[in-house]
Design a protein. Structure first.
Length: 103
């Protein structure tokens, strides 16, 4: 899976911070009642709404590995339209390129 340059730099240059961060991530993941596919789709919606596109390829690939369809990826990215407006469409090309193996 593709890890963004920013996150890879974080892992390499701040390993203790990264270890603490990943501990929190794994703890939150373990506490979630959502199945893996639903969790990844929900996370994609949050990334799109927050304009955090660097993490989208990784999470699209995770969602796809968990069984998400291309249409579900599109829906997850666009679900924030009513709440945050068309800023979410910025994430659509990134998400589709990752799903189609171009990103």
């Amino acid at each position: 899976m593709t890890i963004s340059n920013a996150f890879q730099t974080f892992l390499n240059e701040a390993p203790e911070h990264a270890k603490a961060w990943m501990g929190a991530v794994l703890g939150l993941d373990g506490a979630s009642a959502l199945d893996k596919k639903t969790e990844e789709l929900a996370y994609l919606a949050v990334l799109a709404a927050a304009r955090l596109t660097s993490g989208i390829p990784f999470h699209v690939q995770s969602a796809k590995a968990a069984g998400a369809s291309r249409e579900e990826i599109i829906s997850a990215v666009l679900i924030g339209l009513p709440a945050v407006g068309n800023i979410v469409i910025e994430a659509l090309p990134v998400a589709l390129a990752a799903y189609d193996g171009e990103g």
